[in-house]
Structures are given as structure tokens and as C-alpha cells.
Design a protein around this ligand. Structure first.
Ligand SMILES: [Zn+2]
Length: 113
């Protein structure tokens, strides 16, 4: 937990991030924040007054995508070709975070302006 918090503290100093929301539970704890449950997404949405249906959940694991679906977000799956369970349905499937950004911003991040 301490390592995660140091990483987050470093990222907060380096990037324009509003908040990190973490779940430190295991599946056996049966909390409502462990993905694919959408509790963390709802808590962030409430704090920042975010419309889920206008939002994107980006992730590289099936749990991320299912959490996004459960929260009624649009979903973007970054397929790093992990040898594990895949999401059953997804709005967009991409090969990198940069491709996800291009979808969200509706422009190619490779273009020069
Ligand atoms: Zn939790």
C-alpha cells in the first residue's frame, strides 16, 4: 500500500491528475469498489460531477472494461495480448494508450497541427 501511495504521489507531481481512487481489497472482501464492480467509478463521478454516459473507461484487463460497462461508460480496451480472460464486449479495442487518447479526443495524436 505504501509503494502504491509513493507512486501516486510522484505521478500527481508530474501529471495533471485530479485524483487516484484505489481499492485495496481482495475479491473475498466483497467490497463495492473492486472491479468489475463500478464503485470506484461512481465515487469519482460523484466527487467531480461527471456524466458517466459521456465518459470513457480505458483499461487493459477485462475487469476494467466490465467496470466501465457496469458504470455505463464507453469502454476502450487496450489489447496488450495478455494470455488471460478477455472482455466480452467493448466499444473500442486499440493497441496503445495513445490510440485510446486519439479516440477520446476524436483526432489522431500522430497528426501535426
Ligand atoms: Zn474495494
Amino acid at each position: 500500500m505504501k509503494i502504491v501511495e509513493s507512486i501516486n504521489a510522484y505521478l500527481l507531481k508530474s501529471l495533471p491528475v485530479d485524483r487516484f481512487i484505489m481499492c485495496y481489497h481482495d475479491s473475498e472482501d466483497n467490497c463495492d469498489c473492486r472491479k468489475p464492480k463500478p464503485g470506484m467509478l461512481f465515487s469519482g463521478a460523484k466527487e467531480f460531477n461527471i456524466d458517466m454516459e459521456l465518459s470513457y473507461m480505458v483499461g487493459d484487463r477485462w475487469r476494467d472494461i466490465e467496470a466501465g460497462i457496469n458504470a455505463k461508460c464507453k469502454t476502450i480496451f487496450i489489447d496488450y495480448r495478455y494470455d488471460e480472460k478477455q472482455p466480452e464486449s467493448v466499444d473500442y479495442k486499440v493497441g496503445s494508450l495513445l490510440d485510446a487518447v486519439a479516440i477520446i479526443t476524436n483526432r489522431s495524436v500522430y497528426e501535426q497541427d
